[in-house]
Design a protein. Sequence first.
Length: 529
Amino acid sequence: MKLTKLQENNINNFIKQAQKAGILNWTKKILKEFPKAKIYLVGGAVRDALLNIKTKDFDFVITNIPAKKLENFLKNLGWVDLVGRNFGVFKFIPKNYKNIKPLDIALPRTEHSIHNLGIYKDFKIQSNYKLKITEDLKRRDFTINAMAIEITDLKNIKIIDEFDGLKDLNNKIIRAVGKPEERFKEDYSRMLRAIRFACQLDFEIENNTKKYIKKIIKNINNPIKLLRSHKVNKNNIFLIPREIIAKEFIKALTKNPLRAFDLFDELKIFDILMPEIKKLKNCEQPVNYHSEGDVWQHTRLCMKMLNSNLFKEKFKTYNSELVIAALLHDIEKPSCSIWVEKKNIKKLQFYNHDIDGGKTAENICQRLKLSAPEEIGVNCKNINWLIARHMLLIEGKIDKMRRTKVEKYLMSDRYPGENLLKLTYIDGISTIPKGRKIPEKKSDLKHWISLKGFNIALKRIKEIQKLSKNKNENTIPASLINGHEIIKTLKIKPGKKIGKILEKIREEQLNKKIKNKTEAIKYIKNKFK
């Protein structure tokens, strides 16, 4: 299939930028030393180049150069680390390279499963510098990742596409290379990768590929006891390490929360990994506050609202901790649901669903090792804290809360206060009062009951920020005195009393009753001596 004009421009721009960043300059020296060699950019970088998406991951395959000769020559061009001695994979940082991550350079490889266990460690991998690039590409997961750009001649770029990856890219399709059952049985985690790519690129998963995900998704929970004769890390409980599953799960959710939520439901991912969440279905809520539906529908709406204009205008971005907290914030509503009768009127309430939900969510995060992935992993205790306090601005009487408590919970680094504000907002705009519609613009939120406490909190935060001498940023005012100065002034020993005094002084400062250090010292002398 031919490239479109836009794709040709994308590739040409990619090549120019790659040369400028020092990503391709070394290739000329390789080809001069080894004229018969061929160099290919492969995998995700090709896909992203065609889509004009920036990438930091660059994988190359070089043919017609034996591994040892390639390694020795690369050492003349920069830093080299051989990470796969048996299958010829190098980490390479060329001179004048301006990217963060090393380049991956490999010889063409073939691989096949030894015991058909569905884990990557079960592969027997062989490199052969004489192999054709198509032999290397056919072992890859999806067609859109099985393309290569031959960069032997940078003025005559050639796309290698034996598996119609370009066609699937144009049609926005995620399709397994060859037979999906074979690709997934080689590595079960590929099923989660399919979902992640669908969310990341907003593509559809091809029907046959989706069919086999549904059929064998339960295998991602296969226990390690199946490996009696196979050497494996005994510390792992499952064939597919939770860390890998956590990475794909979080990536999918953060890329597109609503799409991931729906796919996890449709393809039974929740059933396998997070069965607690299925209890949200048909968990009734008071219709006067939650006309959007049951707890499942409310949670789904929260996922949708994370990418809404309303949220983006208010906060711009979200991180993985907020998404996980929003996903699980009502996880214990089904177990806490109770009908209460007052004055002959029955009301549905959810006592302690926030506190109990925080504990359950933390347990889920720990079980799935959601803290493990680098950069995107969540702090499980933060998830607990956020969910346990997600009703704070609704039921906590924020207008009567001491300013030091407002600062402590919502403005300091001690707690994820910014995410608590975001979670409160998401929960609020996803709680649709009877007679109102799902909000789409600011004017729709006028007199929105569930946002009353949130709006008061924002007002109180701004009042505290105004006390700061730094008028250019939204910062909190600096402390007037520290613990050492209190010890020196009162001539007392360090202890819990110091913290109480500091908190009292801070409260007086935020209430504008103490304005400088002199007044602070005078205050503690009169109050605590």
